[in-house]
Design a protein around this ligand. Sequence first.
Ligand code: PMP
Length: 398
Amino acid sequence: MFESVSAAPPDAILGLTDAYKADPNPEKINLGVGVYQDEQGRTPVLGTVRAAAARLAADLASKSYLPITGSADYAEAVQKLMFGDQDEIPRSRRAVTAHTPGGTGALRVTADFIRQNFADATVWMSQPTWANHPAVFAAAGVPTKTYPYFDKASNGLNFEEMIAALKKIPEGDVVLLHGCCHNPTGIDPTAEQWAEIAKTLRTVGALPLIDFAYQGFGEGVKEDTAGLQAFCRPGEELIVCSSFSKNFGLYRERVGAATFVAADQDSMLRVASQVKRAIRSNYSNPPSHGAELVVTILQDAKLRKQWEGEVAEMRDRINGMRTLLVEKLAEHGAPGDFEFIKRQKGMFSFSGLTPDQVERLKNDYAIYIVGSGRINVAGITPSNVDRLAKSMADVLKG
Ligand code: PMP
């Protein structure tokens, strides 16, 4: 039977890593896949993760199955982390949190839940968005559409057109928003804009779905919840898909969460039963190690403080590289104003490079960037920034 199977195209982003690995050029630079790297280009295991792993290894309690939605300790820790001092939702017990395999797992569980309970709902996503967003919802059979987001002229948010589009969304549809550090643009709404987005969704009767994959990479662990907070009002519903791949450096442990906030506890219990059903037929129950690491760190005041320091260190390094790249681009006479790179938040920068320029950087300079022009700023280091800026300046000059 397999002779009739045609080859699928390689994943646009992960395929780029394969091409990078195969490139013999010793000066090659990988700015593709969204993984944090330190100044030496390594993706380190955080000190707090090492400490938590040692504790867990000394006290291996059981490897029996977890409940379908994971452990209660994890759910509590995740809710505390994202709702912070605004604890009306945890106190009212109107949210259910399921531990999922990564943020991608959270999105897929959400997609299955939407398909099974709101068969007519469309999920609206920003133009552009993370490439896997439409793919995950399509795989679950959920239709998707886009709303305007990026304004090429200003390298900023096209807020007017975004709001105008959101105002036309039919009642009962779902609107996917990036909680902070928008991937791929690095452009987030301001506090006032978040308030207006929340008000608009409330008015049209659309369900907010917040993808929260970079908490702590924008302004700070607490500060980055500002967008999410705009949707946290008594009696209001929302879904949050969290990922701890980046902020805990737990990429391969696959640790994330899907949190469904209902209007009241009664609705939450019914929603929880449907979430369990979606998970049971998908992966049955979650892996435990990554979640145990997260719980150990968040429950211990000293480790928690140390972890916030580690997140700040990653954030500060990325922001330092933004500033340095802008300086170096000017030094090498790159045509245009690149100040916008400093304003972008999180791991990514939408550089404005065209697909042709991206191709030239790969073929002529061994610099690997996603076709959309998205640069993983965390892949820039003090030792490669000069070559990167000079090469970018070269291709920008034509
Ligand atoms: N959402 C966004 C916006 C992301 O960028 C990513 C990771 N690239 C994810 C979700 C999924 O993260 P995970 O690796 O935890 O599945």
